[in-house]
Design a protein around this ligand. Sequence first.
Ligand code: G6P
Ligand code: MG
Length: 976
Amino acid sequence: MLKAVIFDLDGILVDTSIFHGRAWRKLVEDLGHQPPADLEERVKGISRMASLKIALGDNARRYTDTELADLAEKKNQVYLSLTRTISPADLYDGVRELFDGLRSAGIKIVLGSASKNAKPILDSLGIASYFDAIADGFAYTHGKPHADVFVTGARMVGADPAECVVVEDAAAGITAALDGGFVAVGMGSHASLKHAHLFVKSLRELSAQRLTDLHARFRSDRWTVVREGIHPSREASLQTIFSIGNGLLGIRGHLSALPLGKSWGAYMAGVFDRIRRPDPNPDAWGPFMQYWGDASLARGEQIEVCILPLPNFLDVRLFLNGQRVDFTQGVVKSFTRRLDLRSGLFTVEALWQSPDGKELRLVERRLADWTDTRRVFVQYELEAMNFSGPVEIDAGIDTAVVFNMDNIPQTPFEVTARYGAGQACMVEVRGKSDGMTVALGSRLTVHDRPETDYNILVEPEALYVHAQADLRQGQLLYVERVVVATSSRGCADPLACVRACLPEAAKLTLGQARIDSTALLHQLWTNSDVLIEGPASDQLAMRFSVFNMLMAASRDDDGVSLGAKGLTGELYRGMVFWDTDLFMMPVLSFTQPAMARNLAMFRVKGLPGARAKARRFGWRGACFPWETAAGDENTEKWLRLLTHQLHVSADVAYALQQYVDASGDMDFYVRHGAELLLDTALFWLSKLEKGENGKWFVPQAGGPDEYHVVCDASAYIHHMAAWNLRAAARAAAYLREHSPEQLSAVLSRIGMTREEAASLEATAAEIDPLRRDDGVLEQCRGFFALREEAADPKKFYPDMQCTQVVKQADVVMLMYLLADQFDDRTVRANFEFYEPRTQHASSLSHGVHGLVAARLGLHEKAGNYMRRSMGMDLHDEMDNAAWGIHMAASGMNYVAVTQGYGGTRFTDGKLHVNPHLPAHWQGLTFRTFAGGALAEVSVSGNGTVSVSNLPVSKAKLTIVLAGKEFTLQPGETRSA
Ligand code: G6P
Ligand code: MG
């Protein structure tokens, strides 16, 4: 609930900021100095003494502290004389109406201003009596952009920051509000306030209702992942959920200022190398590996592709009076981590007492820049609570990083250059096998201390910039750091590129980078947000899931895809599996078509590799790799998954068609998509064999369930292959009509005959559906005859392939993917048959079950599955979040909420909406692309549904709502 609105004074209630600006300018000019051109903007929200330093710039050094105090007083006299005539008539438009509205809504009104003249000005304006509390320049310690002022104001009326909105005209004020966890409204110059949650030109645009709605949408407890304390046993999983990234870089949430051991982990999209793996030794294989691996192929040393772990480019050491700040020593009095999903900012705030009793408050803020993805900004905020003395900072790059393959540490790269001078150090490393190069540069600046000396420390495996500064009790010291990271994927000479970019990047601070990143992310959230009116934990988990996709997917590179762990861990060696296409890509296909197109192009570019794989095993067409780094097959040659997990080809085709259907990107369809659909169809044609019953079947290929991989006639494969053939037939028909030359070119390129192209539909109809009379599909031939056992999630089934125990959604996947092909009775029959047999030993299972259960109206089951899926990482549901984000579960959370609970399904050019909201949700709103139109779907707890074709839409939208069909032009809405 919104408890209080905190208003800044100058520039929000009254136009005094011009008087401040004028008074400073006069003071500086009278002294014979040149004031900075943007003086007026820069002193907004800034305390009197800090403003003076801005106004004087370098000239400030010429004056003693007493002289500075006199100058500030002199400015204030000028300012007061300018404001003497202020009267109620000067009050900005809309203030009284807004205040009256807030009052009658029972929302407290608070002042949060840096000004020490606030009270008399409120009196002159005649509005002092409205205020429930006044936090002015006398009330708190640290000025804006520190959050102190607003936190103080909130406390004065007994509110938590998450329960307040701040209204501000200064960039520093918005930063303070966001840092403190407030919802922020900006008013004034949009360019400097674009990181606010809402921007208005006048208070007349605000009302108690609008602020209440805004607050409901953006209150920080629904956007910020927060964890208190240090938990050694859970550190690794915490470091996973506090990972940051920007589509190029991924950095685990390790604690750089807190030497708790080796916890570093950072990766760059598309930067891989090959690593030697010891002999797999089949003699030591357990039952699973004996099933999944072919011992006869598993001899000799293995070389495997894996993502390259980067050197620790955020390494930091702090010393107080020569004593290392080490949180394993002394007492950690408080410790909070936060990840703000609106800005991508990760913050650690700690209050630490050293063994000799010094109390230090340390805040580390960390941001992977979203606007220039090569940059990472870090800010350390230090406050000496009970002492004064020197602090030393070593900020550098540590190359003592290992890759843990089979628990055998290997050095992943060789260091090819190290260089340090002045405030910067640089390192270049090269992958040992493939020679991909990564260059890193780090630059350190002690803020506001131009006299600081910097020197370079060289250690055997690390390089640091060293600086020293004085900490004075009660004062804040800010240390800024920027890192630039590039690779030979991004530029020909990465080191030269870092050298060129670093000085430019160092002109910015974290605060400025954060403004731009927040603004950019805001654009993404506009379409990708899923608003849940219900428990904050559900809302946060939903946003966290979407954020994982946004921060891992590239916005400008179609040569990279999303690995199973995104860029948050080394498990699966950074590889891309079928989960990317069916679990992760939908978030982007439905909400960020440009990013989805990159993922689709990654698969299109993988066609040569997919063809090569098909040839390698004597098949035709395109057989997509089971695991891949850059598009080609990278599965170990002895793993049966290589030859038997063939469903990935249909999955890739399905996801690509889904992208086209959502975005309406027919240009992509004609130029690239159709070819992929036809080439994967050709693969299935080459795999099909005639069975004894006269129907086609696919031998030796299993569906998603990894407990039954080596089998004939998998229902999943059959239905998806048939779907693939039909999609290819549609593609051929489309090309025949719109681009016959392209059809000829594609058919001859992939080697498909006209007869084959013409036979696709008929062949699809003849594939064995493996359907029993009661509608239950047999997972694979002979499955019903296997030993029946109830699935126990904790049990180990050494002979799982001989049982009906299923590892993860398999046939149930079909009930979701091909929903139109099965009536409710069939979906229910299959769910009821397979659900008790499913062990959910994969994180890919829960969300799919949640989705199908929701569509069937099985609320309790849906709720239980969704709780586990939504908590997969945030609550470490499977005790393995330590290894990195479960990207597939994250992606499926989005699909299950929007398609299961939200009940949307786009088929045959129509958006069907048939929601099943959980009882404890009062509303659900989200956007989805459908046939090139952008729809907004809003479901309320009482069952009302409204669907809009948003005004920005480029196409009309056909919807099916409560059984009726409507066509909406852009800007039109329908409710039922
Ligand atoms: C506000 C203004 C600043 C001013 C500060 C201190 O935040 O925006 O420009 O420097 O108050 O004001 P004072 O009235 O105490 O000098
Ligand atoms: Mg102001």
